[in-house]
Ligand binder design. Structure first.
Ligand code: ATP
Length: 258
């Protein structure tokens, strides 16, 4: 069953067509890869799905309901969480506080309630902290719970950003180039993490230039170029697709790494 359906989405910025009648879906339980050369429209897809950009035409359905035109916080509270190409943590907050913000956004008390605490709010605050710690533990960064985010090395900041998204208990996770800047052992650990996230029952849409990661974890891959879908299929089908190879400058997709 399709958890997310992107239906004929077009996004224009003035005269530039960033996405052109793009359609694809993500079924329950799937890890779907979204690949394409620089400027192909991948981040624009994320921005449409999370309500940051408004599509010029088309529809997006999540969990059976249209989310087109919904505001980012509303889409987040319906269960779509994301990470960013350039890490966006609250750099002056500790790791656990970063993850707690995501929980607060989905709890009854909100950030203001967290400041003016009553007894029940203190209890809920403790629960939020425990859930945030669980997310840190899942991503193996619990030992750094009280470390200020900006003091963490790059690879751990990436893991923390994923923890923060997981702390909101999403139904779907959008990962924007999570392996960027990672060394081979970090990216192979990341592949295992993405599979574990999927096992939690969270559907995953992965934008990633590291083809080893994409081919290694995705059930299905959608390839875009100049805002158009040029191919869709299993990792094997995508690797041997002539249009995909062409879009990757003649280099076999399996060897492409950025
Ligand atoms: N806010 C914006 N205003 C104008 N043009 C934009 C905007 N956002 C994206 N674009 C343009 O839309 C096209 C698609 O950009 P997008 O960032 O989605 O590509 P991408 O596939 O994510 O690229 P990369 O792999 O380099 O991150 C590009 O030509 C880009 O310049």
């Amino acid at each position: 069953m399709a958890q997310l359906e992107m239906d004929n989405i077009t996004v224009k910025f003035g005269g530039l067509v960033a996405l052109s009648e793009l359609s694809f879906s993500i079924n329950t339980g799937e890890i779907v890869g979204l690949i394409g050369p620089n400027g192909a429209g991948k981040t624009t897809v994320f921005n449409v799905l999370t309500g940051v950009y408004r599509a010029t035409s088309g529809d997006v359905r999540f969990d059976g309901n249209s989310i087109l035109g919904k505001r980012p916080h509303e889409i987040f509270s319906r269960g779509i969480a994301r990470t960013f190409q350039n890490i966006r943590l609250f750099s002056a907050m500790t790791a656990v506080e970063n993850a707690m913000v995501a929980r607060h956004c989905r709890s009854g008390i909100g950030v203001v309630g967290a400041i003016f605490r009553t007894g029940s709010q203190r209890r809920e605050e403790r629960q939020i902290r425990n859930k945030a710690l669980e997310a840190l533990t899942f991503m193996g960064v619990d030992a750094y719970a009280d470390t200020v985010a900006s003091n963490l090395p790059y690879g751990l900041q990436r893991r923390l950003e994923i923890s923060r998204a997981l702390a909101s208990q999403p139904k779907m996770l959008l990962l924007d180039e999570p392996a960027a800047g990672m060394n081979p052992s970090e990216s192979s650990a990341l592949m295992k993490d993405i599979s574990r996230i999927s096992e939690l029952g969270i559907d995953v849409l992965l934008v990633e230039h590291d083809m080893k990661v994409v081919m290694g974890v995705c059930n299905r891959i959608v390839c875009v170029d100049h805002g158009l879908k040029i191919a869709e299929g299993t990792p094997e089908e995508i690797q041997s697709n002539p249009q995909v190879i062409e879009a990757y400058l003649g280099q076999p997709a399996s060897q492409k790494q950025q």
